[in-house]
Design a binder for this molecule. Structure first.
Ligand code: FAD
Length: 376
């Protein structure tokens, strides 16, 4: 028989954004229920590469810089707190990036980039000529002219981090799809579930990753959020682990904690298709051939695909859902959603609990997408 539970807050979505929201709400002693239709971390938050690099990306340098650095600092705090709170090893570790240059233009761009990086406390960058770069990783392509070695960056196991945040939050998890959110006549909100149950609550947080637009529609709100498919292959590469992230443009390769060489990532507008593709795998093997040619024949052990949640301007969103009382949204982390996850969750928890969120999220207001009034 269908039943109605109660909670102070219902969080729809069990990716890193929802998990971090639950974690930071735990400080407020609220009864929190996470509604996740698949498993916790079943989509991008479970399969992302987990690189934490706060000095580049959409809006960096620019409006997203403060958010990226603040969230990076929260990751460092979580790396201390979560293993003690949960016993889960989230795999946070320092991971230098070796950015390869294959042309004079790429070398010049990396030299400019290194000056900017050196202006940030806690990070450093230096240009290495080809022999010096090969001392760092002897298997890089002989075609590489040199590389920028960037220190201070980190990585994390995205799935472990997301699970640990949920575990530490103490939130109730309901493994079922949310199908609607409606206002109750007596006040509050009602989240309907696909199995016929419902949860009555004081506020709802919609953190549905690339599916966020459909959640906003339940409350007659429009939010622009689209999926961008990305694939990663994991290879059983022979020899020593690749101890830094080898980076070239948007492509990268490194040995992760599972001992496999992770190579990413494709970018494809393919709707909500999350199936790994032959073309994706071939493109990624091509990346290995370009960056680390002697490893290109390594056996593919795992091949994953998932969806990045993208906003039109590339910046995340976090805050109240415009025009709807007691409804809040966060997401749109795009290619950096694991990096941004802690800060989006903390800012959303602050909004829900009535605290002033950090100034760093000012560029992320959901209201920036509201239609401008038409002139008469
Ligand atoms: C190939 C690839 C590599 C990446 N690498 C990195 C990286 O190195 N560093 C980095 O910072 N970021 C990276 N990202 C980006 C990052 O993975 C995402 O931005 C981030 O995981 C998004 O988290 P989220 O919680 O917002 O969404 P998701 O992880 O998609 O979670 C949303 C959840 O909501 C649930 N949901 C949706 N609708 C409903 C409903 N109606 N009812 C119940 N549940 C619902 C879904 O099932 C899903 O579990 C990568 C992404 C890809 C694709």
């Amino acid at each position: 028989m269908a039943s109605t539970d109660t909670a102070d807050i219902v969080i729809v979505g069990g990716g890193i954004t929802g998990a971090a929201t639950a974690y930071y709400l735990a400080e407020d002693n609220l009864r929190v229920t996470i509604v996740e239709r698949d498993d916790i971390a079943a989509h991008a938050s479970g399969f992302a590469f987990g690189g934490l690099y706060p000095l580049s990306g959409a809006g960096i340098p620019g409006p997203a810089q403060a958010l990226a650095l603040r969230s990076f600092a929260l990751h460092q705090e979580l790396a201390e707190a979560l293993p003690a709170q949960t016993g889960v090893d989230i795999g946070f570790r320092s991971r230098p990036n070796l950015h390869l240059a294959f042309s004079d233009a790429e070398a010049a761009a990396l030299n400019d980039e290194s000056s900017r990086i050196n202006g940030h406390s806690g990070f450093s960058a230096e240009w290495l000529d080809a022999p010096q770069a090969r001392e760092v990783e002897p298997r890089i392509s002989p075609a590489a002219q040199g590389a920028m070695l960037c220190r201070g960056t980190s990585e994390v196991e995205a799935a472990g981090l997301t699970h640990a945040l949920v575990q530490a939050s103490g939130a109730t998890v309901r493994g079922v799809e949310a199908t609607a959110v409606a206002r109750e006549a007596a006040g509050g909100l009602r989240v309907s579930l696909a199995n016929g149950d419902a949860v009555a609550c004081g506020a709802v947080a919609l953190v549905q990753g690339p599916w966020l637009a459909s959640g906003a529609q339940w409350l007659d709100a429009a939010l622009p959020m689209t999926p961008l498919k990305g694939e990663i292959v994991r290879l059983a590469a022979p020899g020593a682990p690749v101890e830094c992230s080898i980076v070239w443009g948007d492509s990268y390769a490194t040995t992760k904690r599972d001992g496999l060489l992770w190579v990413g990532a494709t970018e494809e507008a393919a709707g909500f298709d999350e199936a790994p593709s032959q073309a994706g795998q071939e493109a990624l093997i091509g990346v290995v051939g370009h960056l680390l040619p002697t490893l290109a024949g390594a056996e593919v052990i795992k091949h994953t695909a998932c969806l990045r949640p993208m906003t039109p301007d590339g910046l995340p969103i976090v805050g109240p859902l415009p025009g709807v009382d007691a409804a809040f949204v966060a997401g749109g982390g795009g290619r950096k959603g694991i990096l941004y996850g802690p800060m989006l969750g903390k800012a959303l928890a602050d909004c829900i609990a009535g605290r002033a969120p950090a100034p760093a999220i000012a560029p992320c207001s959901p209201s920036r997408f509201e239609a401008a009034p038409q002139s008469p």
